[in-house]
Design a protein around this ligand. Structure first.
Ligand code: ATP
Length: 226
């Protein structure tokens, strides 16, 4: 087995992507550069645990929008693992799948700070940090009160590792890291896009042109169709 320093670094960006927007793409671009990731897998979820009550757009449409959005980027890829599984998308199971399949890759799970702060509600959350490192995006528009800090529930397992330019890193006994990073980003959410479409407002500067075109052609997110 390859030592952790020599391993290829690959990102995993999970989400509902309903729809994918420029905030996702910009964040992935910046994180890839900051951490030197070889590639990033975008993994659309089937049923996200934190959105069980919400109706999501059929996975075939979310997937298609991701395909057209990621097409120009050779280092972005899509995994249909969670969609094919079709049950609730627990991150622990996704990480188990990827780390078993690719033992020589060091995975970095990318997540917004607004989700990471509830990490202790995730299934088997302590085991997540035996399998992968986490990159916590300080997402534009979701202000942090203070400097980035570890959620109390996982604090005992980590120690401060280093602070460098735009990253603060903690590490644990399994050589996994939690990397807090500030990105320039684009301040937009899928919720805002869905709301704008319902209200008949333009989404031009918020999603790639091909995604806008797909939404229009398939009349997604219009009243009674979302
Ligand atoms: P919704 O508004 O429907 O909740 P969303 O815009 O938050 O959707 P998701 O697909 O749920 O998008 O998010 C996937 C991941 O991308 C999450 O970790 C989320 O924090 C992150 N993310 C979403 N929007 C941005 C953004 N503008 N900048 C950085 N990260 C983002």
């Amino acid at each position: 087995m390859t030592s952790p320093e020599k391993k290829k670094k690959v990102g995993i960006f999970g989400g509902t992507f309903d729809p994918v927007h420029l905030g996702h793409l910009r964040a992935a671009e910046e994180i890839r550069r900051i951490l030197g990731l070889e590639k990033i897998y975008f993994i659309p979820s089937a049923i996200p645990p934190h959105k069980k009550q919400t109706k999501t757009t059929p996975s075939k449409d979310r997937l298609k929008m991701l395909e057209v959005a990621l097409d120009p980027y050779p280092y972005f890829d899509i995994s249909t693992y969670e969609i094919e599984k079709a049950t609730t998308s627990y991150t622990i199971e996704t990480l188990q799948h990827f780390t078993l399949k690719y033992p020589d890759i060091e995975f970095y799970f990318i997540v917004g700070s607004e989700l990471f702060s509830y990490i202790d509600t995730w299934k088997n959350y302590n085991d997540l940090f035996k399998l992968a490192s986490f990159v916590v995006i300080e997402r534009p528009g979701f202000p942090e009160e203070d400097a980035p800090s570890l959620p109390i529930a996982i604090e005992p397992g980590f120690r401060y590792h280093m602070n460098r330019d735009d990253v603060t890193i903690y590490s644990n006994q399994y050589s996994k890291e939690i990397v807090f990073t500030q990105i320039q980003g684009v301040r937009v959410s899928s919720t805002e896009i869905r709301q704008r479409i319902k209200a008949g407002e333009p989404i031009k500067d918020l999603v790639p042109e091909e995604v806008e075109h797909y939404i229009q052609t398939n009349q997604l997110y219009t009243e009674g169709n979302s």
